[in-house]
Design a protein around this ligand. Structure first.
Ligand SMILES: [Zn+2]
Length: 212
């Protein structure tokens, strides 16, 4: 049964949360009916990579049937994650309508350089200019936030890992842009900018491009 059909079934009969695949990144996600202004008009998804977002009925139809093949999944996952951190939402959920999706048709995913810049800015923002602090995130959420490629049929994030390997400091050989905590707590990855990372990549006026 498709996600659309299952969600509509939920709206009419059981209204229970079920586990399906995220229509954006194709990883496991919980899905339940979405209510707006007292009416059920689509589905709410909770994905470990993309986070929580709502799709209207029209957006689901467009994404799953018409526009999905023409919208880059890595770009859409990235934009949804960024929107969740936007101050403009004022605590409201991310809701995507069909018209929103049309703006992503044919748009390119973030380039490797853009991903690297997003990663460094995110670490700097989370450290809040404190050299001893660490920035932590789950791999999927961080991958989406920086714009790394959506993994294809793999449980891990090879795009993010490749990016990390480019910039991670190598102990006793050279100090690059950031250090990584070898102790992963509850599946989290932790990072801390080196002075080179601070001096070369983070604007002195603030770190605001990602994860505002
Ligand atoms: Zn997802």
């Amino acid at each position: 049964m498709s996600i659309v059909a299952r969600c509509r079934l939920n709206t009419e009969i059981i209204c229970e949360k079920t586990v399906e695949k995220c229509p954006v990144c194709n990883l496991p996600a919980s899905v339940m009916p979405m209510s707006l202004h007292g009416q059920i008009t689509g589905c709410k998804y909770d994905c470990s990579r993309c986070g929580t977002f709502h799709l209207s009925d029209g957006a689901q139809r467009a994404l799953l049937i018409h526009q999905g093949a023409r919208i880059d999944a890595s770009l859409l996952s990235h934009r949804i994650r960024k929107m969740q951190n936007s101050r403009n939402l004022h605590g409201n959920p991310v809701v995507m309508y069909e018209a929103d999706l049309s703006t992503y048709v044919g748009q390119p995913a973030p380039s490797p350089q853009e991903q690297a810049d997003n990663l460094i800015l995110w670490i700097g923002l989370k450290q809040n200019a404190r050299p001893e602090a660490w920035a932590s995130s789950h791999a999927g959420a961080l991958a989406a936030l920086v714009g790394a490629p959506v993994p294809l049929d793999q449980p891990h994030e090879p795009g993010l890992v490749s990016l990390l390997n480019q910039y991670q400091a190598v102990k006793y050989q050279r100090a690059d842009l950031f250090d990584a905590d070898p102790n992963k707590v509850q599946g989290q990855l932790s990072f801390r900018l080196t002075m080179k990372g601070w001096s070369g990549r983070v604007p002195r006026s603030g770190v605001g491009a990602v994860g505002k």
